[in-house]
Design a protein around this ligand. Structure first.
Ligand SMILES: CC(C)(COP(=O)(O)OP(=O)(O)OC[C@H]1O[C@@H](n2cnc3c(N)ncnc32)[C@H](O)[C@@H]1OP(=O)(O)O)[C@@H](O)C(=O)NCCC(=O)NCCS
Length: 334
């Protein structure tokens, strides 16, 4: 069923350290098929939230084995009370009442996220039937950023002619400040290291090294400076991360253009990570590559959180869900 060689590779890697992934959308046949594929491949332990009788019926119809998959109906879970209390304790200072915590814990995306917080799962994949905001809000509220003060963001793995690139942020932070754009670059560098991609980062703009003017260009210049300064800290200085900007996409990717527009840049012409100045630019760009450029796109994958929670497009196929589950497993490996 899996056509992408890249996803096949990720599945093989995921098998080396089995993680538990919760899928809150048990009513969706694409999710059930992906759960079957991942379980057959022995790449993760899957927990599906949903109605056991309905899920069993679907598995029997397809002649699939359900033994290694756990099904939980949140309304009937013996942990519901514990998760309600957990949510209440985490959010009462934000004004959440006990009564509202009880209602929210019954929302499957919240329930799945609370399972991660309680240690019952390592990651979650949702969004086949929910908006990005509904999928990621519980994670932002409950799981929180891994580094205090750093904004969480998202990335796509873009496969262009078989070569993986990281594009960020194409899913979460709508109009990043200079500090947030620097955060996105640093989180993307960590993601790249985790996935074996060279951390060579282009801070993208419509200008290369002063060729264009305006507030938008100044923001990218400031973000580049903040990120480069952070690279000098003990945490980052020996990791081989390189960041340069502001760069146009052609200067970031093409050696000939790079030689003309950004001579001497350590990144221009060979960038593997594209950091966009706005969500608008990033989101439009990745969809164009996917629809017109023949590229595979996996994401949005959240980065910078304490545990992985990942979103799906509502138009996704079962294979996309399999890919996102495999990516989530790898993110959960410390
Ligand atoms: C992600 C998104 C939903 C968050 O917005 P929101 O739900 O209105 O979030 P809020 O501003 O109410 O914040 C909720 C919590 O998340 C936190 N939060 C929001 N964005 C965050 C970020 N990028 N990093 C870390 N925390 C964040 C807030 O600080 C807040 O925490 P608190 O309640 O503990 O104080 C919003 O940024 C969004 O809609 N992004 C675009 C999504 C989209 O449409 N993408 C395109 C399709 S892929």
């Amino acid at each position: 069923m899996i056509k992408s060689n890249y996803i096949k590779e990720l599945i093989e890697k995921a098998k080396k350290d089995i993680k538990t992934i919760v899928l809150p959308e048990g009513e969706d046949e694409r999710v059930l098929e992906a759960a079957h594929v991942i379980t057959e491949a022995k790449a993760a332990k899957i927990v599906i939230l949903g109605d056991e009788a309905e899920i069993k019926k679907f598995y029997q119809k397809n002649n699939w084995d359900l033994h290694d998959i756990q099904i939980i109906k949140p309304e009937e879970s013996p942990h519901l009370e514990e998760y309600t209390q957990l949510l209440y304790d985490l959010r009462k200072e934000k004004g959440l009442s006990r009564e509202d915590a009880a209602k929210l814990a019954l929302n499957y995306n919240y329930f799945g996220t609370l399972m991660i917080n309680a240690g019952a799962a390592d990651g979650m994949v949702s969004g086949a039937n929910h908006s990005t905001a509904d999928t990621v809000r519980p994670a932002l509220q409950i799981i929180k950023s891994a580094k205090k003060g750093r904004c969480a963001s998202s990335f796509f793995i873009i496969l262009a002619k078989g070569e993986p690139y990281i594009f960020a942020d194409c899913g979460i932070v709508i109009n990043p400040t200079d500090q947030e754009m620097a955060d996105i670059a640093l989180s993307s560098a960590e993601t790249a290291l985790h996935f074996g991609i060279k951390p060579s980062i282009a801070m993208l703009s419509f200008s290369t090294k002063g060729s264009g003017k305006g507030d938008e260009v100044e923001k990218v210049k400031r973000a580049t400076k903040i990120a480069q300064e952070t690279l000098q800290s003990d945490e980052y200085k020996n990791l081989g991360i390189e960041i340069d900007g502001e760069l146009q996409a052609d200067a970031a990717l093409d050696m000939t253009v790079a030689a003309k527009k950004a001579p001497g840049s350590p990144v221009a012409g060979r960038a593997k990570i594209m950091v966009f100045p706005t969500l608008e630019a990033g989101n439009i760009c990745y969809k164009m590559l996917q629809r017109l450029g023949g590229c595979e796109a996996y994401g949005p994958v959240l980065q910078g959180l304490n545990a992985p929670v990942n979103d799906l497009s509502r138009g996704c196929f079962a294979e996309d869900i399999v890919g996102t589950i495999a990516i989530t497993c790898l993110q959960a490996i410390k």
